[in-house]
Ligand binder design. Structure first.
Ligand code: SF4
Length: 371
């Protein structure tokens, strides 16, 4: 993870209303040269300044479409990397705080992933193994995925991308015998189950163990090899919370993110990406009751935007993504004021050779997603 050097105290000590006023002034001054992208997990005081908001998929699409010269990404490091990979000539991508990483993305190292792919191929007599990489991964892992004929996916299109990987080449797919799904074992397992596969079709590959901790027979039998990785925010949700909320609020519907464990997803009424959760709650009837298993900033905003409904976080303790939370108004103002002085700070720049291969994996996903 990269470290963010401290910014000047005049930013960190500035009152909130002055920060907001000066951010708005910078936006006005930079005009159409600037595009601020805001992920749903961002705090309100940052989210309100975003020109476009969304989940990883929507923001990848927006970043590929915008003509603005400066893309300020209010999200985490892998998202800014994706924006840099998809950017046009002359565009610059900025992450307001370099230490806003993603612990899940850091659980998959490209060399370890390549070792796993080679092992699976060797054990399975040159079977066609296709990596499908959640966008919550480093540019190096995306690049490896592109080189191995694989694609990226998000939580909203994982099923579509698994279908694509397994479909025959005659039918426009990748013709995979097996999928190496990474870096989130939970999204992968939940997706495989939603497609009708069983636990016996999936094995977990642990990169910290010799041969992933798997026997040759287990690798041969599996259709899905799941990388042992997780999101610590979504692992905080439990079946006990689901049961308790149902007792506390009869008639409540429970919707959770597919990064939650399979047990939680099965205990809930629905699961979906952040965009799918927003759509489900927004389209529900007045007086509907919802408990939501995802990051707290998004759930609180959803509650505020749906005052005619009861909307709560599934857990009692607020599940905050500490990585996303590193993007705050002082850092946003700092990068914008530097831009106003013709100075770029915190540029995210993926080396061209890595970017070219990673772009292949991202574009395969965007093609399947209808852009
Ligand atoms: S919520 Fe989880 S997966 Fe998303 S950025 Fe935070 S740590 Fe990463």
């Amino acid at each position: 993870m990269r470290m963010q050097p401290p910014i000047e105290a005049r930013y960190t000590e500035m009152p909130e209303d002055e920060l907001a006023r000066r951010i708005a002034e910078c936006k006005e001054r930079l005009g159409s040269q600037l595009c601020i992208l805001g992920h749903h997990y961002q705090r309100d005081s940052v989210f309100r300044f975003a020109d476009f908001t969304g989940d990883s998929l929507k923001l990848s699409q927006r970043s590929a479409e915008t003509a603005a010269k400066f893309i300020v990404f209010c999200g985490v490091h892998f998202m800014a990397e994706s924006a840099d990979i998809l950017r046009h000539e002359g565009q610059v991508v900025i992450l307001p705080d370099l230490s806003a990483g993603c612990s899940m993305a850091e659980m998959a190292d490209a060399e370890d992933v390549e070792d796993a792919l080679r092992l699976i191929e060797r054990v399975c007599d040159e079977a066609n193994v296709i990596p499908v990489t959640y966008v919550n991964s480093t540019a190096d892992v995306k690049a490896l995925t592109g080189r191995w004929g694989g694609a990226c996916c998000t939580s909203s299109n994982a099923r579509k991308m698994f279908d694509w990987a397994l479909r025959s080449e005659d039918q426009g797919g990748a013709g995979a015998d097996k999928i190496l799904a990474l870096p989130d074992e939970h999204l992968a397992r939940n997706t495989a189950f939603a497609m009708g596969y069983q636990g016996s079709d999936c094995v977990v590959y642990d990169p910290r163990k010799t041969d992933g901790g798997l026997s040759k027979e287990a690798i041969r039998k599996a259709r899905f090899i799941l990388w042992k990785g997780h999101c610590y925010v979504h692992q905080k949700f439990t079946v006990e919370q689901v049961d308790a909320v149902r007792v506390q609020t009869p008639g409540i519907r429970i919707i959770v993110h597919p990064e939650c464990s399979q047990a939680v997803v099965q205990a809930a009424d629905e699961s979906g990406s952040t965009e799918q959760i927003i759509r489900a709650v927004s389209a529900s009837a007045p007086l509907s009751k919802w408990a939501i298993g995802t990051e707290v900033n998004m759930v609180r905003r959803l509650a505020a935007n749906n005052p005619d409904k009861f909307v709560r976080v599934l857990s009692d303790a607020p599940p905050l993504c500490a990585m996303m939370d590193r993007i705050d108004p002082p850092h946003l103002l700092w990068v914008l004021e530097e831009l106003c002085h013709d100075k770029v700070v915190n540029r995210i720049s993926v080396p061209p050779a890595i970017a070219a291969d990673a772009k292949v994996a991202l574009e395969r996903m965007l093609e399947q997603s209808g852009t």
